[in-house]
Design a protein around this ligand. Structure first.
Ligand SMILES: Nc1ncnc2c1ncn2[C@@H]1O[C@H](COP(=O)(O)OP(=O)(O)OP(=O)(O)O)[C@@H](O)[C@H]1O
Ligand SMILES: [Mg+2]
Length: 459
């Protein structure tokens, strides 16, 4: 808006103003002081208005922010608000901010509305002044009438240009606040930089290796991951287990470079992740995030999300492995059934299965399942893992899980505790020597089952 105004006003107004001034002074030099008085009056009134209104604009933008935030939170958290009977509190919060905004807007509008009558008074005042002074000159020379009328016109002309300019200056503070906020977003650059083309040749066999990796979230004081080293190889499953908040998701998120390790090195197929172009890196990874996320479209479009060229057969196969066929076929249009925005029309477990199918359909070299089996019942979980076996025989599989049964058969289990790696090995090895793992297993089994597990290690 300000740029359009700038183009039309800033180019035209000064030109009009200068022309008007030259003509007015040529026509009636005796009265030119009236122009100075008029301009001064206009400038003064505009300056007063700006000084009152400008600081309010910043506040206005803040309040608009606040009200949008409250509205969004209320809409997304609707069910929780209802379940905890907090409607009245939320309503009060909204009403309070809304009133604040209303009051501010009314105040600002009143001040801005003052501008019109004020300018009218000044305009008419100068015309009156012109006539007043002109008449006294007219009594000496009647032919002055023409000059006087022309002069009055020129003065209006000049003041109009000034008025336009002042409108521009009233808009300026608001534009300034908005531009500042837009720039805040635009200036935020990507923190993680990828090279344009992959440097070096990755090994043929897929692998993921962490070498002494530390990680600390920006602005956080403590390390979330501390000295993590392991190697996950093709055809093998590497599992991660640990209590909530122990850093499992964080560790997994370092692989596709969602975050950058603070120190240490991560290698994929023997090549540091820093050497990969974004496309080459992402192409290798099939990620199933902890929270299943779907997009508006159809079941098929969601499964094909990472592999747009997949055939219908491949989509169906992926769904079959992810144990999703059963419920997809029950949907009214099968694979062409509609998925609502955010996947709100499928259950949590169904969402997770479709997310798994999406990763499988991509045929990646590295599968990353972040707690992806948690919403599945034990039977489906086992079936899914069995179905995954043949297609992951040449791929690296990284599985985060809470259930010991999910990862028991993994080739390598990494046990995390408060960001530290406290154990690494197979289920049996860890049962023998890792206290944290023992306690996790114990918490998930009955005493009798646990004794049975432990007796296995003794043998
Ligand atoms: N975006 C973030 N910014 C700052 N700290 C974070 C962020 N995400 C996670 N954390 C912190 O990092 C720690 C590890 O979180 P992470 O999500 O990796 O845990 P997790 O092992 O995956 O837990 P869960 O089993 O509950 O999924 C937590 O203590 C958490 O508070
Ligand atoms: Mg997690």
């Amino acid at each position: 808006m300000i740029i359009t105004m700038m183009l039309s006003i800033l180019l035209r107004a000064p030109l009009f103003c200068i022309l008007g001034l030259v003509m007015a002074i040529q026509t009636a030099p005796e009265m030119s002081w009236i122009i100075a008085v008029g301009i001064a009056a206009v400038m003064l009134s505009v300056a007063i208005i700006i000084s009152i209104v400008a600081p309010k604009f910043k506040l206005f933008q803040k309040l608009v922010d606040k009200i949008t935030l409250i509205t969004r939170e209320n809409l997304t958290g609707l069910k929780v608000i209802r379940a905890f009977n907090n409607e009245s509190i939320e309503k009060k919060k909204f009403t309070h901010t809304n009133h604040e905004l209303t009051r501010l807007l009314i105040f600002v509008d009143r001040i801005l509305e003052l501008q019109n009558p004020l300018i009218n008074i000044i305009f008419n005042g100068t015309t009156l002044l012109c006539s007043w002074i002109g008449i006294s000159l007219l009594s000496q020379d009647f032919s002055y009438l023409g000059n006087m009328t022309a002069f009055a016109e020129y003065v209006t002309f000049i003041m109009m240009s000034f008025l336009m300019l002042s409108l521009f200056f009233i808009m300026m503070p608001r534009a300034n606040v908005s531009a500042g906020r837009i720039n805040e977003v635009l200036k935020t650059g990507a923190k993680i930089h990828f090279v344009k083309e992959t440097r070096g040749v990755p090994e043929k066999r897929a692998s993921v290796e962490f070498r002494k990796v530390d990680f600390c979230y920006p602005d956080a004081a403590e390390k979330v991951l501390d000295d993590i080293s392991f190697k996950a190889e093709a055809g093998k499953t590497t599992a991660f287990i640990g209590s909530t908040g122990s850093g499992k998701s964080t560790l997994i998120n370092l692989v596709p470079r969602f975050y950058e390790a603070t120190s240490g090195e991560i290698l994929i197929d023997g090549l540091s992740i820093h050497e990969y172009s974004r496309e080459d890196l992402i192409k290798r990874i099939g990620l199933v995030p902890q929270k299943g996320i779907l997009f508006a479209g159809t079941v098929k479009s969601n499964i094909k999300f990472g592999a747009p060229n997949a055939t219908d057969k491949q989509v169906e196969e992926a769904a079959e492995i992810a144990q999703a066929t059963h419920f997809i076929e029950k949907m009214p249009k099968g694979f062409n059934s509609h998925i609502a925005q955010g996947g709100t029309n499928v259950s949590g477990g169904q969402k997770q299965r479709l997310s798994i199918a999406r990763a499988i359909c991509k045929k990646p070299d590295i599968f990353v399942f972040d707690d992806a089996f948690s919403a599945l019942d034990m039977k489906t979980d086992a079936k899914l893992r069995a179905a995954l076996k043949p297609i992951t025989k040449d791929a690296v599989v990284l599985i985060v899980a809470q259930r010991v049964s999910t990862i028991k058969d993994a080739d390598q289990i990494v046990v995390l505790d408060k960001g530290k790696m406290v154990g690494k090995g197979t289920h049996q090895e860890l049962l023998e020597k890792c206290k944290v793992y023992q306690s996790i297993v114990k918490s998930q089994l009955s005493d009798a089952e646990f004794r049975k597990e432990m007796s296995g290690t003794a043998r």
